[in-house]
Design a protein around this ligand. Structure first.
Ligand SMILES: N[C@@H](CCC(=O)N[C@@H](CS)C(=O)NCC(=O)O)C(=O)O
Length: 202
C-alpha cells in the first residue's frame, strides 16, 4: 500500500487527496499525518523528503515521490485518468504552477506570522507575498476562465485547492473582490465531492 505523508491543513496535500478521489485511488493510499513547519520539521517529513516538506508519496515499489506536482502527475498516469491531457499539457502545467505559486506565497505568509518571532516579522515582506497571490488571482480572472470552465484537469484541481486555502487562512483579505468570474467558478467547483471531502478545518 502506498503512504501519503501529509496534513489535512496543507493545500498541496489537498491537491493530492482530491486527485486520489477524482481518479478512484483513495483506497490505495494510507495517510500518515505529519505536523510540520520549516523550523520544526516532522520526522515523517524528514524521512520521506530531503527538502522536509509535505506531501511525499511513499511507494512499496519505486522511489518516494515529491513534490505535489510530481505526485499528482504520477497518480494521473497510474490511473490513466487524462487529467494532464497531452493536447494541452503545457496549459495544464502552467495553470497548476500558477496555483502552486499562489499557495507558496500564501503558506509563507502564514509561516511569517506563526514561525518567526514577532519582533522579526517584516510587514513589507508579507505584503510582497500577498502581491504574488493577487497577481495569480488576476491572471486567473483575466486569462484562465475558459480553461477553468472546461473539462476537469489537474490545473483546475490545483486552483480549487489554492482558493480553498485563501478562505481557510486569509479570509479577511477578501480575494473575491473584483474577481466575480473566479468566485462563481470556485463556488461551483467547491461542491465537487472530492472538494467537500477534503475541506480543511480548524
Ligand atoms: N513545492 C512543494 C511545496 C510543499 C509545501 O510547501 N508544504 C508545506 C506545508 S503546506 C511544508 O511542508 N512546509 C514545511 C517547510 O517549509 O519546511 C509541493 O508542491 O509539494
Amino acid at each position: 500500500m502506498m503512504q501519503l505523508v501529509g496534513n489535512p491543513a496543507s493545500p498541496f496535500v489537498r491537491k493530492v487527496r482530491v486527485m486520489l478521489l477524482e481518479t478512484g485511488q483513495e483506497d490505495e493510499v494510507e495517510m500518515i499525518t505529519a505536523a510540520t513547519s520549516p523550523t520544526n520539521p516532522a520526522p515523517e517529513a524528514v524521512a520521506a523528503n530531503p527538502i522536509k516538506k509535505i506531501p511525499a508519496l511513499i511507494r512499496p515499489e519505486g522511489c518516494t515521490l515529491y513534490d505535489s506536482r510530481v505526485i499528482t502527475r504520477y497518480l494521473d498516469a497510474r490511473a490513466d485518468a487524462g487529467l494532464y491531457k497531452e493536447t494541452r499539457v503545457w496549459e495544464v502545467l502552467t495553470l497548476e504552477a500558477t496555483a502552486d505559486g499562489l499557495m507558496d506565497a500564501a503558506v509563507l505568509m502564514v509561516y511569517e506570522g506563526r514561525v518567526r518571532p514577532e519582533n522579526m516579522q517584516y510587514e513589507g515582506w508579507i505584503d510582497a507575498q500577498w502581491g504574488k497571490v493577487e497577481g495569480a488571482l488576476d491572471a486567473l480572472e483575466s486569462r484562465w476562465m475558459s480553461h477553468l470552465r472546461g473539462p476537469l484537469d489537474a490545473g483546475q484541481i490545483a486552483v480549487g485547492c489554492a482558493l480553498g486555502y485563501l478562505d481557510f487562512r486569509h479570509g479577511e483579505r477578501n480575494w473575491r473582490k473584483g474577481r466575480g468570474a473566479l468566485d462563481d467558478w470556485f463556488a461551483a467547483f467547491s461542491q465537487r465531492e472530492s472538494m467537500v471531502a477534503t475541506q480543511p478545518a480548524g
